[in-house]
Design a protein around this ligand. Structure first.
Ligand code: SF4
Length: 407
């Protein structure tokens, strides 16, 4: 049964024993071609319209481990063109990032242009309103229109850990198909009574009931460990994973990262609901010696205060846009932040919408913390950028203004 809003899949696979393919050691381009050669694509996609959805949600290069390697996208374009499909690449980036600028920065624009492959700003048109009948945390979504128009949707994320969702892989990458700022809404939902899981993870599972890729290609050329999705360390693996069941593909990717998919809440919830298979013993992984490619990732830290001595970060239901701002701020300018609060041994920073209260003197970052603005220093924005934060804290402490150098 096809319960998603996407077109019915043109591919066939054993849903109870899905196949997942891993290729390692070659170039990003060759590894991608290798895994796709294992899937019988040609007959299924001839004459179809294929939408590739990489992670080009930020201004970053592939070497950073933040965005999808352009050679993985190039190989996918070539394979689909050779199969006589028409191909486009689409993205709806995080708040504050312009789609075409991100495509240029990642190198995806260049490989697409070389192949006369259209690039789509999926935020440009009006969204499609979709009911989520299975929804526990959400009952509707606003989806970029291309997602429902194309015959085949391919999720092409980077292999990364994530501060809020443990990992971000093929299933979660589909969140980049939610229209403009509506993707932020999933981070803003209140905790559901009597449920232990964070509402964000339940909402991602809800989204997966309607928004599920037909094919998933995970770029493990350079992934990200630790404070993903944007402030961790790049991790070179030189591998690519692909398959038709996005949950099985994610589960194998988790294993390659030294993680158990059962410990990733949104994947566990999806499997419990029967959306796909994450039990490795039920997945046919090719080649047999794929375990040789396992390279454990540093998990995301539980406590950011340990990562940044002198800083206590209170994060309640923020989204990754504010998280990234704060993590980059602390990575590059922690001393300036500390110097701006003279006499305080510890600086408390709050982000996100879920705070009942914050301690006096807190640096409240982002519009979501506006109700606590009288408690300390408030920086408006959604998200604000580091320059705004540094300017605001230096204005609040004129005698101690840091010599701010912002890149
Ligand atoms: S203020 Fe920050 S946490 Fe709140 S919606 Fe905007 S980016 Fe997300």
């Amino acid at each position: 049964m096809n319960m998603t809003l996407l077109h019915p899949t043109p591919f066939s696979d054993d849903r109870s024993n899905p196949h997942v393919h891993v290729a390692a050691g070659g170039s990003a381009y060759d590894n991608t071609r290798e895994v796709l050669s294992q899937i019988n694509l040609a007959a299924a996609v001839k004459g179809k319209r294929v939408l590739l959805k990489p992670n080009a949600g930020r201004i970053a290069t592939a070497e950073s481990g933040i965005t999808t390697n352009p050679q993985v996208v190039a190989a996918a374009i070539d394979v689909f063109l050779e199969a006589e499909a028409s191909v486009a690449v689409g993205e709806s980036p995080i708040t504050g990032v312009k789609t075409m600028e991100a495509f240029e920065a990642t190198g995806i624009a260049s490989v697409a242009r070389e192949r006369n492959c259209p690039l789509i700003d999926m935020d440009a048109r009006q969204p499609v309103h979709v009911l989520v009948e299975d929804g526990v945390a959400i009952q509707s979504l606003e989806v970029c229109p291309e997602v429902v128009e194309y015959d085949v949707v391919v999720s092409i994320p980077v292999m990364k850990t994530h501060m809020h969702t443990v990992v971000t892989l093929a299933v979660k990458n589909m969140k980049g198909c939610l229209w403009r700022r509506t993707k932020v809404d999933l981070h803003m939902l209140p905790q559901i009574e009597d449920m232990d899981d964070k509402t964000l993870n339940i909402a991602i599972a809800d989204m997966s009931s309607v928004l599920r890729p037909h094919l998933s290609i995970i770029d493990g050329t350079t992934g990200m460990e630790g404070m993903g999705p944007s402030a961790g360390q790049a991790k070179k693996l030189d591998l690519v994973v692909a398959g038709l069941d996005p949950f099985a593909v994610d589960a194998v990717a988790c294993s390659l990262m030294g993680l158990n998919a059962e410990d990733v809440p949104h994947l566990r919830i999806c499997a419990e609901r029967g959306y796909g298979v994450i039990d490795i013993s039920r997945i046919q992984v090719n080649p047999d010696m794929w375990h040789d490619f396992i390279s454990p990732f540093e998990p995301p830290p539980d406590n950011l205060s340990i990562q940044f001595p002198g800083i206590t970060l209170l994060d309640e239901n923020s989204c990754s846009a504010c998280q990234s701002t704060v993590l980059m701020l602390l990575k590059r300018h922690r001393k300036q932040v500390l110097d701006s609060f003279p006499g305080q041994e510890n600086v408390t920073i709050a982000i996100g919408k879920g705070h009942q209260s914050v301690p006096r003197g807190t640096l409240c970052i982002g519009n979501c913390t506006a109700q606590h603005k009288k408690q300390g220093v408030f920086v408006a924005g959604c998200p604000p950028v580091a320059t705004q934060i540094l300017e605001m804290i230096s204005e609040s402490n004129p005698e101690e203004s840091p010599d701010v150098q912002i890149e």
